[in-house]
Design a protein around this ligand. Structure first.
Ligand code: 5GP
Ligand code: MG
Length: 455
């Protein structure tokens, strides 16, 4: 999870970064930060909370300069302290750097232990701090070559923006697991962001995706300079389309909303239901539910209202609060539902908490049948590449069959999209990261490696 942004060679760079972070708030609500360069030094402001609450005219006007990088952090099991928020700033032999990272390094423990054995001290629990240490300890004599040196030592998923006083470096791991796109601002400046929805808000023109294994260097008075540092093996994350990205974003050439519609239509072919009405679990299930209804030829209604002033349900760490939060967040429109056979579509099933509550809610509202449909395959494996899936013990589909889950959540039936169906919905021109569904840990790590998404 997490969102990153980098702005270079533009007036009011920090304000542009702020708007970009605002557009990408859905990728992380725990903390947010911006680091700017005024050419002489890096200035940084970060806090716990939401973008709109953290930054104001005063803080943004202090973040002066024509380059800025920023980060929204997603809440994980790790510590919720401001020291674990990003960008991460450090002074080292060649000056000052700030780093913003989206992803998860699978060899972070080895790297960290190795650094600690050599006397390094750490201030945070983030794998991003490894990156800073590796740059600082490199014996190369330019930042660019130190970054390249660092990249030979890290493994896993990373979209990175690194800022020095004069330059900005943008890197995407050789699998291209987490998204990262390049755009150009109206004043000629450059912007990179996790999602293209950020470009829409700041009026930037989409230029292209950052390529897997590519580093782009931004330097004053020069065009952005691209280097292919690592052999690409493109595997963008399927979960970006299923759940994580905003529907208006175009991720690696594919619009998220349309992809979700396709998963819904496919789901209707694979696991149809004889129902009067299709509903969605808002918001992330809406597009797939529309596709499912289209596929069945049954009406689609927005029969569940979402209270938008409650954060996403995963944010609270304890099960008790998660249970309560579903009710805080979602409420049925009873007269639509009463006496009807309902299909309800959600984007994914993780622990089964949401579905159980929703089924009960619909039954209480008078539904005569509740057919639960999930527009993703069964999640059987924890992602190690930056999606905060829980341990395998907590993943309901790793431990129960769809029939068992259906009786546990109290639904009339339960159906998932097949892995094949997801692949077809995404298109065959590319191989996607499906690790949560097929357990193929192609970028390292394994089902037992601890913790994920520590940034
Ligand atoms: P469950 O209730 O089964 O534990 O989780 C399923 C719900 O969580 C779905 O409604 C889905 O939209 C949402 N979800 C899936 N993955 C994530 C995630 O990584 N973060 C958050 N906040 N929600 C998720
Ligand atoms: Mg949801």
């Amino acid at each position: 999870m997490c969102a990153i942004v980098g702005v270079y060679g533009s007036q009011n760079a920090s304000k542009t970064a702020y708007y970009a972070l605002f557009a990408m708030q859905h990728r992380g609500q725990e903390s947010s930060g911006i680091s700017s360069s005024n050419g002489e030094k890096l200035l940084i402001y970060k806090k716990l909370g939401m973008v709109a609450d953290i930054f104001g005219e005063a803080s943004l006007s202090k973040l002066e300069g024509s380059s800025a990088i920023g980060h929204n952090r997603y809440s994980t099991a790790g510590s919720e302290s401001v020291s674990d928020s990003q960008p991460l700033f450090a002074k080292y032999k060649l000056g000052e750097i700030s780093v913003a990272h989206n992803g998860n390094l699978v060899n972070k423990h080895e790297v960290r232990n190795n650094l600690i054995d050599r006397g390094a001290i750490f201030q945070t629990d983030m794998d991003t701090e490894n990156i800073i240490h590796l740059i600082a300890k490199s014996t190369e004599n330019t930042l660019s070559s130190r970054i390249k040196d660092m990249l030979t030592k890290i493994e896993g998923a990373y979209s990175l923006v690194i800022q020095s006083r004069a330059k900005m470096f943008v890197i995407r791991d050789r699998f291209g697991i987490r998204p990262l796109s390049l755009g150009q601002l109206k004043d000629g400046g450059w912007i990179v962001a996790s999602e293209t929805c950020a470009f829409e808000l700041v009026g930037a023109k989409f230029v292209r995706d950052v390529e897997p294994g590519e580093m782009i260097t931004f330097e004053e008075g020069k065009e952005p300079y691209s280097e292919q540092l690592m052999e690409p093996d493109y595997h963008p994350c399927a979960f970006e389309y299923i759940y994580f990205s905003r529907p208006d974003s175009i991720i690696d050439g594919k619009n998220v909303y349309e992809t979700r519609l396709r998963t819904g239509r496919k789901l209707a072919k694979e696991v149809p239901a004889d129902v009067d009405l299709v509903l969605a679990v808002p918001d992330s299930g809406v597009a797939a539910a529309k596709g499912y209804a289209d596929g069945l030829g049954v009406p689609f209604e927005m029969g569940i209202v979402r209270n938008h002033y409650v954060g996403r349900t995963f944010i609270e760490p304890t099960q008790e609060i998660r249970d309560l939060k579903v009710k805080l967040k979602l409420s049925p429109i009873k007269h639509l539902i009463q006496g009807k056979k309902i299909a309800i579509v959600d984007d994914s099933l993780v622990r089964g908490t949401t579905s159980k509550q929703i089924v009960r809610m619909l039954v209480d509202a008078g539904a005569t049948e509740v057919h639960m449909r999930i527009a993703a395959p069964e999640i059987k494996y924890p992602c190690r590449y930056g999606i905060d899936t829980p341990t395998q013990a907590e993943l309901i589909s790793a431990n129960m069959t769809p029939e068992e889950i259906s009786s546990k959540i109290g639904s009339t039936s339960l159906g998932f999209l097949s892995v094949e169906g997801l692949k077809e919905s995404l298109g065959s021109e590319r191989t996607y990261s499906m690790v949560s569904f097929d357990g193929d840990y192609f970028a390292g790590g394994n089902v037992d490696s601890s913790g994920c998404g520590s940034n």
